[in-house]
Design a binder for this molecule. Structure first.
Ligand code: FES
Length: 356
């Protein structure tokens, strides 16, 4: 600590005086601008490290003696960060008004470009101009002297920041808005809130089941062991509604107590209706193993036992496929009695946040 204040006050270029052993003591190094070797993390009693240039000065900056030049530099930096500020506002506006990806990308480019160029100009023109390096030396733990020197150096760095409050008045809102836009963008990209949409399909009371050509279906259209994908009439494109009609014939279909009468039984067989949407990741579970009465999802091989509530017996699906209550109308066509309900294991498809 006693050498901390050993300022070398000789102006001019660095001068050295080698000792008898050829080493150059740091204390004999004379640096420009009267800097102390400690300012570079070098103990004055240590030899000057060979890998540290002697002409370093971590206080000098480009426009130190040119206030007008510094002012111009400040304005250039402020202009760059103003571009960042405006582009960040534009990012938020673009997302609010519909998230045009190309426009958002352009705004992000301008925002980050302005920020980067401003940083480069700031570092070049208003911060100390030398890159300061220091040898790691042979010390495992830095001495207090080194630590004080680093703290001093850091403090000089913050001085350079404090003397330019104007650019920071621009930088702070620019960076804040850019951060806000960057946060807001992905959130806005999630799209509209689904509200209760995930709980509903287009099935309802008396909705006719139609095939992919829009033809209504009668129970007699489905032979024993037959399987058919049906849709609510008029809603062939609804992603949550595809439903499988399966005629399990006289196989031992286990009727859940709360679902008595949900299937169609007659001379044609025993027709049950289950959602086609896999409860794992919503692929269509459409491969039917007739011998085992199992539905298989081709995506990750979840396997559902049709005779037992379409319970998953293999694979990652966490729960049964939802069952739809069906009946026939006065014309003999298959209709749904209601939408999928909790009693039938609905809503259809994979679980989501507020559902167990
Ligand atoms: S989506 Fe069906 S098993 Fe993964």
């Amino acid at each position: 600590m006693s050498n901390i204040d050993d300022e070398l006050t000789h102006p001019g270029p660095a001068e050295t005086t080698a000792g008898a052993d050829g080493h150059v003591p740091a204390s004999s190094v004379r640096l420009p601008f009267g800097r102390n070797p400690r300012h570079f993390g070098i103990d004055p009693s240590d030899p000057w490290p060979a890998d540290v240039p002697m002409d370093q000065d971590d206080t000098h900056w480009r426009f130190e003696n040119d206030p007008k030049g510094a002012k111009r530099a400040e304005r250039r930096i402020a202009a760059c960060w103003t571009v960042t500020l405006l582009a960040s506002i534009a990012v938020c506006v673009v997302y609010v008004t519909g998230a045009n990806n190309q426009l958002a990308g352009l705004c992000y480019g301008l925002a980050f470009g302005g920020l980067g160029v401003g940083m480069i100009l700031w570092a070049r023109d208003l911060l100390p101009g030398h890159e300061v390096t220091a040898s790691r030396g042979h010390h495992e733990v830095s001495s207090e002297g080194y630590r004080v020197a680093v703290a001093e150096s850091f403090s000089r760095g913050t001085d350079a920041i404090a003397r330019r409050p104007f650019v920071f008045k621009i930088l702070a809102p620019a960076a804040g808005l850019l951060g806000l836009g960057t946060l807001f963008g992905p959130v806005a990209s999630l799209g509209p809130r689904p509200h209760t949409d995930l709980y509903k399909t287009k099935w309802g009371k008396g909705t006719r089941a139609v095939d992919q050509d829009g033809n209504p279906i009668k129970p007699t259209d489905l032979p024993v062991n037959g399987i058919l994908t049906v849709f609510p009439e008029g809603y062939m494109d609804d992603a949550l509604s595809p439903t499988l009609l399966i005629n399990v014939g006289d196989s031992d279909f286990k009727v859940q107590p709360q679902r008595a009468g949900w299937n169609l039984q007659g001379p044609y067989g025993n027709i049950v209706a289950f959602s086609k949407i896999c409860t794992h990741a919503a692929c269509p579970a459409s491969l039917y193993n007739v011998q085992r009465h199992q539905l298989i999802c081709p995506c990750h091989q979840s396997t559902f036992d049709v005779l037992d509530d379409c319970r998953p017996v293999f694979g990652p699906a966490p729960r049964s496929l939802a069952q739809l209550q069906i009946s026939t109308n006065s014309d003999g066509y298959i209709i749904s009695v209601s939408d999928y309900t909790r009693a039938g294991g609905g809503p259809v498809g994979p679980g989501f946040w507020n559902r167990g």
